[in-house]
Write a protein that binds this ligand. Structure first.
Ligand code: NAD
Length: 261
């Protein structure tokens, strides 16, 4: 007997939905029955992708560090579909690489605002608009392996992504009694177009093959491979689904076994 799609009747919001993991998750959610708001800083960046997915996806402009934009983003989901069941806090920036002795307040705080504070703003908005009243919902945050041990020249990014895991626990503790869950996906390097181009560029500079560069980078990964966007999306969608109904406050690595915490 076939089971109904995992996300039938569910409404999801994906932030930072114009590049990388965001559009992949939006498409997979719709394929499994969801209706999805794809939010991006610039509407034109996400409008075509939403249209290609079909009527179950809409594009919305939202800078996730701007509370008015965030409230309007959630309002768009509410006016179109009347509820929000899933929030994927995917938007992020890498900031500018700097040693700690070069670090600036602007670089540190601008990164923190997108990579941590925005998850607070978006969670607050979906909780107040829908989840608390309906006593259900799932929030998924996106940290990084950098948020465990820290990356050199990335104090801004590492600190924000580490803080996001603690924010995940606090949200989980506060909303658990209302039947709402909050978890965190912790990817290692993801093999996106950006990563492939980076490996090609470095290979060219060093006069070696991109495969050799990849082997060097994956040398410390137990499975000797990067994750694809689909690998990371699979974990995020599992955590957003009812299959994970008793999992909350967790940060789960999807990194080929790079970090074993
Ligand atoms: P990406 O850069 O392709 O996507 C992030 C999106 O967020 C971009 O489209 C960007 O425009 C958007 N964004 C940035 N600031 C925003 C703002 N203020 N408001 C709204 N949107 C904003 O990154 P990705 O590779 O798809 O990564 C997805 C998630 O996974 C991110 O949270 C990232 O930190 C995390 N992650 C990625 C990797 C990797 O190797 N790509 C590794 C570890 C963690």
């Amino acid at each position: 007997m076939s089971r109904p799609p995992r996300f039938a009747g569910k409404v999801a919001i994906v932030t930072g939905a114009s590049t990388g993991l965001g559009p992949v998750m939006a498409r997979m959610l719709v394929e499994e029955g969801a209706m999805v708001v794809m939010a991006a800083r610039r509407l034109e960046m996400v409008a075509a992708e939403a249209e290609a997915i079909g009527p179950d996806a809409i594009a919305v402009q939202a800078d996730v560090t701007n509370e008015a934009d965030v409230i309007a983003m959630v309002g768009a989901a509410m006016s179109r579909w009347g509820q929000v069941d899933i929030l994927l806090n995917n938007a992020a920036v890498p900031g500018t690489d700097k040693f700690i002795w070069e670090q600036t307040v602007d670089n540190f705080l601008d990164t923190y605002k997108v990579d941590c504070m925005a998850a607070m703003l978006c969670s607050k908005a979906v909780l107040n608009a829908s989840m608390l009243e309906r006593k259900s919902g799932a929030i998924v945050n996106f940290s990084s392996g950098a948020g465990w041990d820290g990356l050199v020249r990335k104090s801004h990014y590492s600190a924000a992504k580490g803080a996001l895991r603690v924010l995940t626990k606090v949200i989980a503790k506060e909303v658990g009694e209302f039947g709402i869950r909050c978890n965190c996906v912790v990817p290692g390097a993801i093999e996106t177009e950006l990563m492939v181009n980076y490996m090609k560029r470095i290979a060219g500079e060093k006069g070696v093959t991109p495969e050799e560069i990849k082997a060097g980078l994956t040398g410390t990964v137990a499975l000797r491979t990067f994750s694809t966007t689909e690998d990371v999306a699979n974990l995020a969608l599992f955590l957003a689904s009812d299959e994970a109904r008793t999992i909350t406050g967790q940060s789960i690595n999807v990194d080929g076994g790079q970090v074993m915490s």
